[in-house]
Design a protein. Sequence first.
Length: 716
Amino acid sequence: MVAKPTYEELKQKIKELELEAIKHKKIELSLTENRELFREMFEQSPIGIELYDSDGKLLKINKSCLEIFGVIDENELKGFDLFDDPNVTDEVKKKLQNGESVRYETTFDFDKINELQLYKTTKSGILHLDVVIVAFQLHDNRSSVGYLVNVQDNTKRKQAEDALRENKERYRVLSNASFEAIFISENGICIDTNQKATEMLGYEFEEIIGTFGADFIAPESKELAKQNMLSGYEEPYEAIVQRKDGSTFYSEIRGKMMDFKDRRVRLTVLHDIDGRKQAEKRQLFRENIIKSSSSSIATCDLDYNMSYANPTFLKKWGFVDPAEFLGRPFWNFWAVKPVLNEIMQAIKDKGAWSGELQAIRKDGTFFDVEVSAAIVFDSKGNPVALTSTSIDITKRKQEEARRRKSEEKYRLLADNATDVILTMDMDLNYTYFSPSVTKLTGFTVEEALALSFEESMTPSSFNEAMKAIDEDLEMHKKGQNPQDRSRTVEIEFKCKDGSTIPTEVEGNFLYDSSGQPEGFIGIARDITERKNTEKRQMFQRNLAIALNKTSTLDETVTEILSNLFQLDEFDSGGVYLFDEKTGRLIFMLSKGLPQAFVDEVKYFDPNDIRIQMIMKGDTFFLPACECPIPIREDLEKYGLIAIAVLPIKFREKVIGSINLASRTHDVISDYSMSILKSISEIEIGVSISRVITEETLNKTNERLEETVKERTAEIH
């Protein structure tokens, strides 16, 4: 039998029950508050929340989730089965059935929902969702599992990421399509670049990334690039870049500091300006040609106002400040008014004009110049200016004036003397010819420029020119070749018609700003007349020496003909002398003529027209068909197509003639004619008269000796 509790025990038990009731009340109140809080969080959560039972049937869905899936009426989702959702992959379903929790990003396709008619939705197309599904146990019963699904709509974020990715791709495409190399660097280390950079530098992409930017710069520009890179310099500057193979090129570099993903980086654009720099170098070369030229070079615009003059021009014309003549019409500096129309018409028709003018100095005095003027065209063939090259010929004109008094016959040649200005680069390629090259050689400027240095002259002249160039280069290396020093070399240029022309070329180096040779400039002058004079004097001297050694008439006549046959045109001839007793012109000696012809013309009577022609004392040269002496048929019959008849004079009296003939040439050259005309200057008549007199004296002495012997014999 159980004992009854005492009053105190009952009182204590009641008190414990009261405390237990209060505790349960608090727990119930707390659960209620938590339930309300959860419900509030469930309903107000910006993240979509779905609650499923262990079979995957939807129990509860919050407002955010309804909005995400475009469901207006929650009842539309009654009976919705998580495992029937076509947007949940089989792999995810399998993990859920195994009690695993999963998180994944997925593309939710509303077209599948509509196609299966799982529920009504206001949305269509695609959503990008971030999904977390947690498998949980109810009432600690492991066999009874439910699923809590959190769904977050990342479509806008995904679109932003896609847009960003597209922008990055667009940037990459544009960057790679750029004509410039683009680099992104941090603290000087390259972290990104474009395709053009790899092409420009010759490195692979991986080789550029992680490399210090200044390592791609040539040594002479490295310090500048490094300083600008690390200091954040943002103005453009020029530097020499070095490729992987060691070659270099000029570039223009510009950098800009910018913030990128909370990092301070530098965007650098590198533009290849090697072509521009080379063009600038060529332009500087041309400018140096003009500045260094000993000729006066000037240009004017199409309104005929002066726009440029080189230092030689300024000095010759007496100007110090170019502003004193710029903008003034060109006829203020050349006395062109009498021939202005002729000059302008020639420039219009032919593109060039050359001739002699008087130049007008600043102080108003005049001096003589030889001018070559031409039109300057731009790259499209449009005229943009006029240019002129003037050579001071004052001294030459003065010399011509002096020579005219005693050497009138050379006046025309002197008046028409023309110099040719030419330039070459250090590879001996012609880079410029003045228009007068056409007058000198027959080649146009374009044709002359197309010739190689060796092709333009005879082999012997080429060897002499190369020897002079090599010597001057060696002197320059030794510092023994001052810039104002020039060298004169005789060059025999080839002409377009196959002939050659002797010239005297005064040449010098063209120097760059650092004093290094960068080309050659020369002025070629026609010395044909001088050479012919030298040849003529040599011919006369040799003939005079030969004649002084002869002692008989046959020897004298033979020497005369032998020397004259050295001329290209003549291959036969003879000498006639007058017989003082009969007055006949007798054929004394011939060489190379058919004997039958000699027999026919062995003498002429005093009244013969041929003697009358010779007695006039004139020298004439003609083709046989135009011969004024009536022996045309005789000449043609024996194949003689040209003749030359030279009177032999002694003390102003014609004592005979030299007759020369050719079977090969119907034209006698100016040089040969000048030789023949000068024969009288060495007094052939004196030599012939001397030997005739000596022979006569010898014969007389012989007769006297015979007479003396005869008389002596008679006496004895």
